[in-house]
Design a protein around this ligand. Sequence first.
Ligand SMILES: Cc1cc2nc3c(=O)[nH]c(=O)nc-3n(C[C@H](O)[C@H](O)[C@H](O)COP(=O)(O)O)c2cc1C
Length: 190
Amino acid sequence: MSAYVLVLYYSRHGATRELARRIARGVEAGGMAVRLRSVPALSAEADASAEGKDLHCSLDDLAGCAGLALGSPTRFGTMAAPLKAFLESSSSLWLQGALIDKPAVVFTSSQSAHGGQEATLLSMMLPLLHHGMLILGLPYDQPALLHSHDGGGPYGAGHIGDRPRLSADEARLAHALGLRLARWAQVRPS
Ligand SMILES: Cc1cc2nc3c(=O)[nH]c(=O)nc-3n(C[C@H](O)[C@H](O)[C@H](O)COP(=O)(O)O)c2cc1C
């Protein structure tokens, strides 16, 4: 089985899915294969992943990845419950140490600029740290980080707004994050 980066997300209205796709293109541009996977909704709410036909993630998809990009809508300042539920099903991988020393990045979409996007990104890192993953952010060699008023920052990629369409800066930063993840996913610690 060849090495791949897992881009794992939940999305109800499609914005987080757009970020996932941009990050996936960045990963491919960095020379790595991608598995784009979603998680199912917990309730009767429609989820965009069903419409987008991305497969649901299995624990094997997670265990076997060389790197992980994890994405969620911002919900009350933290990740959405369907993604949290999936992570809580991963304790067997935690016991095995299956994700130790693998790089990870996070991304989110929120309605408003000050609606908790950074809190969401930071809180999404916590379970990944418990898994022993190496968290990567976005460094300031990305000019958009200095001038953009859109989503995305040093903690990860992001989108702000009512509609799923990414701004040019959001798309650029998401791509850069995927590229950076791909580079580090190809480094294996000795
Ligand atoms: C239950 C719930 C809670 C939300 N909480 C927040 C929030 O705290 N801050 C915010 O800016 N947007 C919030 N939103 C809006 C979503 O983050 C926003 O619409 C996001 O872009 C949806 O992503 P998606 O298109 O991938 O589903 C919330 C939406 C829902 C359904």
